[in-house]
Design a protein around this ligand. Sequence first.
Ligand SMILES: *Cc1c(COP(=O)(O)O)cnc(C)c1O
Length: 361
Amino acid sequence: MSPFLDLPPLSAAEFAAIEDQVAALLHTTADVIVTQGEALLPLEAAIRGAAHPGSTALNIVTGPYGQTFGNWLRSCGVEVVDLAVPFDSAVSAQQVADALAAHPAVDFVSLVHAEAATGNTNPVAGIAAAVREHGALLMLDAVASVAAEPLLTDEWGVDLCVIGGQKAMGGPAGVSAVSVSQRAWERIAANPAAPRRSYLSLLDWKERWTDAGRTVLPHAPAQLEMLALGACLDRIATDGLPAVIARHRAASAATRAGARALGTLAPFVTEDAHAAPVATTLRTPAGVHAAELAARLDPALPVQPGGGPLAASMLRVNHYGPAAALPTVRACLTALATATDADPAPALAAAEAAWTAAVQG
Ligand SMILES: *Cc1c(COP(=O)(O)O)cnc(C)c1O
């Protein structure tokens, strides 16, 4: 007998309770809509809902997802100003403020918080303040930052905050969520091009579910994913969000310290302050192809080559969810030492020291 079959249907009350748990995790009192699909679903829904045709958007590109957002915005008939920074660093609040000053018409800003693909993270608090000051709406892709680093949706003034369960939350893929501020609802409602009677429609959800008292689900929920999302939210509540965040911070610090001690692989993101707690990207030495190196490692280790053009020169050590643990970091460093003919001992010692310092700090 499979424990996944013959379950009673998920009730509307259970679905609503999970939305409330997500809201608590995001530190928001705004409406939270749990969406039945991967995180690209609420990201696209937020853009197509909030970005009015003929308006101007500032799209901050610090990794591959920013490029996707720019393409969606352009397909909505939006004038897009791309603010791109090298993927081995972060965008600063000053750069965003300067871009907004140079383009007064901007009324929508899209930003990725942490980039799992490139290993960098952006200072959202300062950026959000600049966006607020300008009067624009801010959409934040927090898929790779939620539960890995502080995410203060309301305090920072994030209007549309999108998360998925499968990264630092240690939960399921295929279910996601977006918080929608009052300002964002007003913008979406005023957009004649906002999707209606569509899988991408946040307004349909508001009308049929959120504003209708959340008593009758408008569809059959993705029950297994919802149960898994509820379970991972319970586990984060039990462990305590600060402890989960500290584990990710420590995994990043330990991986970076270990890689530096190896000597053969250098952190791709040079400044510690720009390093994402969710994944550490490493530059392979000249002449060493990252994808070939990764293929020689135990496939059970959370190490993969960079995507697209980065596959030649970048390795990505994922340390999120259950992998945000010292034994996993040690196993990755040991394997990387072997694969690059380096001595693992100094790397392991450096990693351990950095882990201890990070969990105490
Ligand atoms: C993983 C990730 C996504 C995509 O999540 P899916 O659920 O696979 O669609 C989007 N943005 C960021 C920053 C991510 O790390």
